[in-house]
Design a protein around this ligand. Structure first.
Ligand SMILES: [Zn+2]
Length: 162
């Protein structure tokens, strides 16, 4: 059952990291849409537990739930030339996923936008992705669930690019 679910999940899941160099930001206020706020709060709490200090007040970041036209893209993190960040979550996908899947998606995008992480499709010996930063484009099997959440969060916050 899990395998079948994760297969569907894999097909649905395709994230993208877009870096817009020299692009002019559109005229939106830097706000975090209320439905996303609890996931932002939980992100900074989980970071804090692991010794990573994230103050969203100190980062210029906006987050919206809206229609993403590009097929298969469920979330985006954009970095503008002035250093400000924008997270966009696909409205249609958001409306039909569980809280756990919502957390996964927001944490993945914040992994890009806030932690500066890139995709990581490494798998364990059973073929499961070891990181929330999986691309969703193959290479490993999506396996984020309550039982292994803590492990995934450890990896997310404790990973170092050095
Ligand atoms: Zn991504």
């Amino acid at each position: 059952m899990i395998a079948r679910q994760t297969n569907i999940y894999l097909i649905l899941m395709s994230f993208s990291l877009i870096i817009l160099q020299g692009c002019v930001k559109n005229e939106k206020e830097s706000i975090i849409e209320s439905e996303l706020q609890e996931y932002f709060d939980s992100f900074s709490e989980e970071a804090q537990i692991r010794g990573v200090d994230i103050q969203f007040d100190a980062i210029e970041i906006a987050a919206y739930i809206e229609n993403i036209e590009r097929q298969g893209t469920l979330g985006q993190c954009m970095t503008y030339s002035d250093g400000s960040k924008e997270v966009i979550i696909d409205e249609n996908y958001w409306s039909r996923i569980s809280n756990s899947e919502k957390e996964f998606l927001v944490f993945h995008e914040l992994g890009h936008c806030v932690l500066g992480r890139e995709h990581l499709d490494e798998s364990d010996n059973r073929g499961n992705c070891i990181s929330i930063m999986q691309s969703g484009e193959g290479g490993c099997r999506a396996n984020f669930r309550r039982q292994n959440r803590a492990e995934y969060l450890d990896e997310l916050f404790e990973y170092s690019n050095d």
